[in-house]
Ligand binder design. Structure first.
Ligand code: GLT
Ligand code: MN
Ligand code: MN
Length: 407
């Protein structure tokens, strides 16, 4: 494919997990379909495609049970590959779900020895992440849940979960590490039910921790959409709380298992709103993709998948700029807003004076209730813009916004 304005660039800050492009297509019904790709090769290929960096679990790089000497060699070679390819590791995480020891949870296992092992493994993964330059540490509690609630008390499990995270933030503070945690929610899969099922649950839980200032969220598109939730709304809430430390971009069809599809491959309009929000709110974090290629693909399909994730982000960013520059759309938005008039009751701030005024005000309820909003026209304009057939902005303006979007 020839380079164009949507070709990914380092400045776009796109990252992928080693486990994403490295996904071998295993599922509960079938074995791997692709041979392994080494982390060094992933770094080289992703850099060629324009990515900024790679993220990893401890065991994506260093196999479970490797000796200190083996680890040292693997990390040394990996660092050379990062340097040669101008790639960074902005985020690290820990695998607390694959090994059978975590069959009944990690931080929330009923067994205090398993909980201790989980914390030990995480401390070591933090050290590895710091060594590679990461400043975000993701915690996804994939096994922190149950099949049968008779197995443990949910209140007790939450207490252990909190203690685990407090231990880790205690370590980071004590060692003066430049590292923040980002908690990732998921409602179910692989457990029947997973504790702290959504980003909203996580945001509330964070406020109960010892060091909430260094703990935020890492929402994933597929995980919220699995519960039928509006991801754009969840992200707005996380931004509003100052807690959007990281994001897992992918896609998902409703009512399915966690599909981790190529970003924007299904939910074009919701992902348009998401990208517009991230860009307009000046989100500073990485644009991380936690997705994988269809099982039907070979390695070439994997790189097409990775390029597709990044290109779609840039296309949606361009569409957000087009939306902002579309005179007809903006005029309709102004018209809708002006029909609503001013906030004459000063609702943004309570005072006894304005409360008295409000209590005595009279409203033309029938007129207010009877008015149509105009959103059908507005949303159709957006649909046509996304489908590429709106000619509402001049070609000079289009190229102005195209170059703004590609900067
Ligand atoms: C696993 C999971 C993802 C998490 C990763 C981080 S691991 O692939 O499905 O959603 O983000 O632990
Ligand atoms: Mn994820
Ligand atoms: Mn997922």
């Amino acid at each position: 494919m020839l380079p164009d304005q949507f070709t990914p660039k380092k400045e776009d800050h796109f990252t992928f997990g080693l486990w994403t492009v490295g996904n071998r297509g295993r599922d509960p019904f079938g074995d791997a379909v692709r041979p392994p790709i080494t982390p060094v090769h992933v770094v080289k290929k992703l850099s060629e495609l324009g990515a900024y960096g790679v993220n990893l679990h401890d065991n994506d790089l260093v196999p479970f049970g490797a000796s200190a000497t083996e680890q040292e060699k693997i990390v040394r070679e990996f660092k050379v590959a990062l340097k040669d390819n101008d790639m960074k590791v902005p985020m690290a995480t820990v695998n607390l779900f694959y090994h059978p020891i975590f069959r009944d949870g990690a931080f929330t296992s009923n067994d205090p020895k398993v909980r201790a092992f989980a914390i030990q493994k995480t401390l070591r993964a933090i050290d590895l992440g710091i060594d590679l330059g990461a400043n975000i540490f993701v915690l996804w509690g994939g096994r922190e849940g149950v099949e049968a609630d008779v197995s443990k008390c949910a209140l007790e499990a939450l207490k252990w979960y909190r203690e685990g995270i407090n231990y880790l933030t205690g370590y980071v503070k004590d060692q003066k590490l430049d590292l923040k945690f980002a908690l990732e929610a998921k409602p179910n899969e692989p457990r029947g039910d997973i504790y702290l099922a959504t980003t909203g649950h996580m945001l509330a839980f964070i406020q109960t921790l010892d060091h909430p200032e260094i703990v935020g969220v890492n929402p994933e598109v597929a995980h919220e959409q699995m519960s039928g939730l509006n991801f754009y709304h969840g992200i707005a809430q996380a931004i509003d709380a100052g807690k959007l430390f990281h994001i897992d971009l992918n896609d998902q069809k409703p009512g399915r298992y966690d599909q981790d599809l190529r970003f924007g491959s299904e939910s074009i309009k919701p992902m348009f709103h998401l990208v517009r929000l991230l860009e307009e709110s000046k989100y500073q974090g990485m644009r991380h993709f936690d997705a994988h290629a269809y099982r039907s693909e070979d390695e070439e399909g994997v790189w097409n998948f990775a390029l597709g994730c990044m290109r779609t982000y840039n296309v949606l960013k361009f569409k957000a700029a087009q939306f902002a520059a579309d005179e007809e759309i903006q005029a309709l938005k102004r018209e809708i807003a002006s029909e609503y008039g001013k906030d004459e009751y000063q609702l943004h701030k309570y005072s006894s004076g304005n409360a008295t005024k409000l209590k005595n005000a009279s409203f033309d309820v029938d007129a207010l209730a009877g008015r149509g909003a105009g959103y059908e026209r507005l949303d159709q304009m957006l649909t046509e813009l996304l489908l590429g057939i709106r000619g509402g902005i001049s070609s000079a303006k289009q190229s102005e916004h195209a170059s703004a979007a590609s900067r």
